[in-house]
Design a protein around this ligand. Structure first.
Ligand code: COA
Ligand code: AMP
Length: 631
């Protein structure tokens, strides 16, 4: 099948296209309907079908004779460990973890929060939940206790699975105190916390709530896979919206398994037995889809890498992992390549390794800027493929293909719409589709293909409001861009208050809410400004309350600490300035776009609606004091 044929069929006859893909999944009961779009914007894929996600990821490979094949490689330069798990090993451990969860009273539909570092037990925990139909919600380790508490209150887990610590290069971060603090902040109280004790730190267990994971697992009876409705939730993953309240993206079991399994061959060119490496974290959607589920659905080998692209121990770390484990395709964020380039611009470290088995580099999380594209392509002499997607979609909306048809990449573009995605650029004011090469807001015509979010957790209204109501009949992606004359999609950035810092999605609105809690702050703005390494970093602007006579350096230090403590270190919030006033329109709207242009050192037009043009001059001076603006 050509790309054109696949794309056409996926839009004109989605039921034929996805039913064929669904044949590769093992079902207890086949679906009654492939697609039920009778209640748009809510879409149900494979209604009436029953399957088990964990069975499709593990057991079926063991039963078909692949039990001795490596399923997972744990490569941890920070603990100097490399460990492999076969499909049988993984199935056995996951069954026991599912067994102790069952013994703790967890059953179908119950929520389990997973707050863990990049260790194999994190993936096992997810699969164990899937095995018994519990809904997991993984919270990224770099979030602060308050963020964890918000997620605990929304998901209301009966059990939390965690570990004693995470390791950030050389820094050991005890997780248990963070978990304890989160539970003390949260209104909802999980009944049990099960802790994986790592040798670097022994967590103090508080009886009777806390339990030792290893002890439970040793004693547990293995639990078998439970048939789950295709339309039942597999997981909730919280992601940043435009406010401090994250959105609980809900994913189903059936559509997710079908779509992700399809992507492994068609997008990534991966067959059973190949080694696929997504250098991300299980706390993000990339980790859910491409560290855990998709490679295992396909019967491939996946890698859990507990390290960084640089500093663990050097900028050759990625080349070492690729050559040592015979990785066929790597998926990471452009920022990782910028980090390597910064430390090893001529790629000297690459010379020490044999990358002959390596086929493709996939990048996502932020736009691949042409510089990074060219640097990586020249260095690797392999295809470097940008593809665009979101937590909401679970897999790429646009991209290129290693298993369907390969198209010449255009540096700076995220290539072509994937089958199933009718990507449409709308004029933000009229809501009408625009001509090629005209920038607008990027939407996807409904219905969304399988694997996409089905709703927000216990918040159907929020789902409609955020994504579906603004342009009826279309899913609002939150990104802006255009489609060129060849059909290539160019994603140029968010059109809302979401920023991407080192490929991590964060809400500037959420950071503003934190700054506004400071007793001396009258009003504030947080903007994502350009950063050579991380793509964007947040910068805060605060106006003090009348009479607040504070020394700037000390106050800025307090603001930075607040964001680190209340949102987490992952925000990389390291710069803020105090200003007399924020530039606003006469109706009181903060002119964020103009402020961002100033901070990025771009030329800008003074908006005709501005209330006090003098505020712009002040912003120019202020951003220069912290190293931004016109050089
Ligand atoms: N637990 C606790 N803290 C964490 C953490 C975790 N799981 N993950 C990150 N942090 C901390 C870091 O230690 C750092 O703290 P610091 O400000 O005290 O140094 C902060 O959060 C920011 O982390 P990070 O974004 O990783 O930045 P970095 O400066 O340590 O490293 C890169 C920069 C480019 C090397 C790194 O961002 C990277 O490897 N990115 C790869 C892209 C990626 O994984 N994207 C995910 C989507 S595909
Ligand atoms: P997340 O939900 O964390 O995966 O972040 C999704 C957001 O990251 C998207 O809405 C985009 O703004 C950005 N993004 C991800 N991949 C790309 C890409 N390839 N090109 C441009 N932006 C991207």
């Amino acid at each position: 099948m050509t790309y054109k044929e696949a794309f056409k069929e996926s839009l004109e006859s989605p039921e034929t296209f996805w039913a064929r893909a669904a044949e590769e999944i093992t079902w207890y009961k086949k679906w009654d309907r492939v697609l039920d779009a009778s209640n748009l914007p809510f879409v149900r894929w494979f209604a009436g079908g029953e399957l088990n996600t964990c069975y499709n990821a593990l057991d079926r490979h063991v039963e078909s004779g692949r039990g001795d094949q490596t399923a997972l490689i744990y490569d941890s330069p920070v603990t100097d460990t490399i460990k492999t798990y076969t499909y049988s090993d993984l199935r056995d451990r996951v069954s026991k973890i599912a067994g102790f969860l069952t013994a703790l009273g967890v059953s179908k539909g119950d929520r389990v929060v997973i707050y863990m570092p990049m260790i194999p037990e994190a993936a096992m925990a997810m699969l164990a939940c899937a095995r018994i139909g519990a809904i997991h919600s993984v919270v990224f380790g770099g979030f602060a206790p308050r963020e964890l508490a918000i997620r605990i209150d929304d998901a209301k887990p009966s059990v939390v699975l965690s570990a004693s610590c995470g390791i950030e290069v050389k820094r050991v971060i005890p997780y248990k105190p963070l978990l304890d603090e989160a539970i003390s902040i949260a209104e909802h109280e999980p009944e049990k916390c099960v802790i994986w004790q790592r040798p670097q730190v022994e967590a103090e267990l508080l009886a009777p709530r806390d339990l030792d994971w290893m002890e439970l697992e040793e004693k547990a009876e293995p639990a078998d896979c439970v048939p789950i409705a295709a339309t039942d939730p597999l997981y909730i993953l919280y992601t940043s919206g435009t406010t401090g309240i994250p959105k609980g993206v809900v994913r189903d079991n059936g559509g997710h398994a079908v779509a992700l399994n399809w992507t492994m061959k068609h997008i990534y060119g991966i067959d059973p037995g190949d080694v696929f490496w997504a250098a991300s974290d299980v706390g993000w959607v990339v980790g859910h889809s491409y560290i855990v589920y998709a490679p295992l659905f396909k019967g491939a080998t996946t890698i859990i890498y507990e390290g960084k692209p640089v500093g663990t121990p050097d900028p050759g770390a990625f080349w070492r992992v690729i050559s040592q484990h015979k990785v066929k395709a790597l998926f990471t964020a452009p920022t990782a390549f910028r980090a390597i380039k910064r430390e090893d611009p001529r790629g000297e470290y690459l010379k020490e390794y044999d990358l002959s088995g390596f086929d493709t580099l996939f990048l996502a999380g932020e736009r691949t800027d042409p510089d990074t594209y060219h640097w990586a392509t020249d260095l690797l002499q392999k295809p470097v493929l940008d593809h665009w997607w979101q937590t909401e979609t679970a897999w790429a909306i646009t991209g290129n293909f290693r298993g369907l048809e390969f198209f010449p990449p255009k540096p700076g573009s995220a290539s072509l719409p994937m089958p199933g995605y009718d990507v449409t650029i709308l004029d933000s004011i009229t809501g009408e589709p625009v001509e090629p090469n005209t920038e607008g807001i990027i939407t996807v015509k409904l219905p969304l293909p399988p694997g996409n979010l089905t709703t927000l957790w216990e918040n159907d209204e929020g789902y409609k409001e955020s994504y579906m109501d603004p342009y009826p009949g279309y899913y609002l992606t939150g990104d802006g861009g255009f489609i060129d004359e060849d059909g290539y999609v160019w994603v140029m950035g968010r059109t809302d208050d979401v920023i991407n810092v080192a490929g991590h999605r964060l809400s500037t609105g959420g950071m503003e809410e934190i700054l506004a809690r400071h007793p001396d702050v009258a009003e504030c703005a947080v903007l994502g400004v350009h950063d050579d390494l991380k793509g964007q970093v947040p910068v805060g602007f605060a106006v003090l309350k009348a009479g607040a006579n504070r020394e700037e350096e000390e106050l800025v230090g307090e603001l930075i600490r607040m964001v680190r403590e209340q949102l987490g270190p992952i925000a990389s919030f390291k710069s803020a300035v105090i200003v007399d006033g924020l530039p606003k329109t006469r109706s009181g709207k903060i002119l964020r776009g103009t402020m961002r242009s100033i901070a990025d050192g771009e030329t800008y037009r003074v908006p005709s609606t501005i209330d006090d043009p003098a505020t712009l001059g002040e912003i120019e001076v202020a951003v220069q004091t912290i190293g931004y603006g016109k050089k």
